[in-house]
Design a protein around this ligand. Structure first.
Ligand code: GA4
Length: 328
């Protein structure tokens, strides 16, 4: 558990967000992966929101609940124990600080690479739970990417999923724990039941696809195109899928990476686990040739995932990272 002092709470109040109303919105696109028309629903959701919820995903509930309970045990350890993950910046255990450019949130986390990883040797049961979970979630992410290729009518159908399957795939995994956060401000009409303290500030994910699962505590919000925020009702049996910046580029802007954030809850802890499916570092991130019609031009300059990642990791969380890679 993170122990946070009163001044720190006050400091966090400066992260109270703009006063735009937040709506409780229940029509998050829902995709039943077992239905034959799911590929069309996926395309529509990626074009309209860059975000959707999936059910009938095939990830065993057992692997989800084992990881949840192992992660909960980990976060309840004393700080000095949690710092023994054996990983170096930006990986391993972190709290409050996000990235390297001064972003902070009401959060503690474990950030891990998904490749063979010597870390967490003092946390073997957690490591095993993570490996089991990541295997199933990666499989589901690849199935979704293959459905996308089908829906986009592009060949081969593994054109996107092969990037995650590649041995060199630069994917990451994160477990976020948002301890309950005392209210710092009276309700100001934002409608979400607390003072809107930011757990994890607004951002888009740099990778191709992100797969999020959380416990039953609310907090996740996505931004609609016109700038308003909508709260995503939690559902611990489903997964939420985000389009990342790289997929936006690979579809030449047809899919939009979704801006999202997490606000804290004053009573309950929120625990989320996110798989960020990324390509190998040397991969060129460019619109898929099979998606380009006639003399259609790429909206983006040429770059590799390594170049994008380097620039992303030097940015502030809320920055528009793709702006530097857009053609004028
Ligand atoms: C956002 C998505 C993932 O959580 C993450 C984050 C990364 C980090 O926490 O180190 C970044 C952020 C994320 C984008 C901008 C930079 C890098 C923090 C930050 C301020 C692991 C990722 O890949 O990009």
């Amino acid at each position: 558990m993170v122990v946070v002092s009163k001044p720190a709470i006050e400091q966090f109040s400066s992260y109270l967000k703009n006063n735009k109303p937040t709506t409780l919105f229940t029509q998050i696109p829902l995709v039943d992966l077992s239905k034959p028309d799911s590929k069309h629903q996926i395309i529509k959701a990626c074009e309209e929101f860059g975000f959707f919820k999936v059910i009938n995903h095939g990830v065993p509930m057992e692997s989800i609940s084992v990881l949840e309970s192992e992660a909960t045990k980990f976060f309840s350890l004393p700080l000095c124990e949690k710092q023994k993950t054996g990983q170096t910046q930006p990986y391993g255990y972190g709290h409050k600080r996000i990235g390297t450019q001064g972003d902070v949130g009401w959060v503690e986390y474990l950030l891990l690479t998904t490749n063979q990883d010597p870390s967490l040797h003092s946390f073997q049961t957690l490591r095993v739970a993570l490996n089991n979970y990541m295997k199933s979630v990666k499989k589901m992410a690849c199935e979704i990417l293959e459905m996308m290729a089908d829906g986009l009518k592009i060949q081969p159908r593994n054109v996107l999923s092969k990037l995650l399957m590649d041995e060199e795939s630069d994917s990451v995994f994160r477990v976020n724990h948002y301890p309950p956060c005392p209210n710092v401000q009276p309700l100001s009409g934002n409608g979400n039941g607390n003072g809107d303290v930011i757990g994890f500030g607004e951002h888009t994910d740099p990778q191709i696809i992100s797969v999020l699962r959380s416990n039953n505590t609310s907090g996740l919000q996505i931004s609609l195109r016109e700038g308003s925020w909508i709260s995503v009702p939690p559902d611990q049996t489903s997964f939420f899928i985000n389009v990342g910046d790289s997929l936006q580029v690979m579809t030449n802007g047809r899919f939009k990476s979704v801006k999202h954030r997490v606000v804290t809850n004053s009573v309950k802890s929120r625990l989320s686990m996110i798989y960020f499916g990324g390509p190998p570092l040397s991969e060129k991130i460019a619109p898929l040739p099979s998606l380009m019609r006639g003399d259609q031009q790429s909206l983006y300059k040429e770059f590799t995932w390594f170049e994008y990642k380097k620039s992303a990791y030097n940015s502030r969380l809320a920055d528009n990272r793709l702006i530097h890679f857009k053609k004028i």
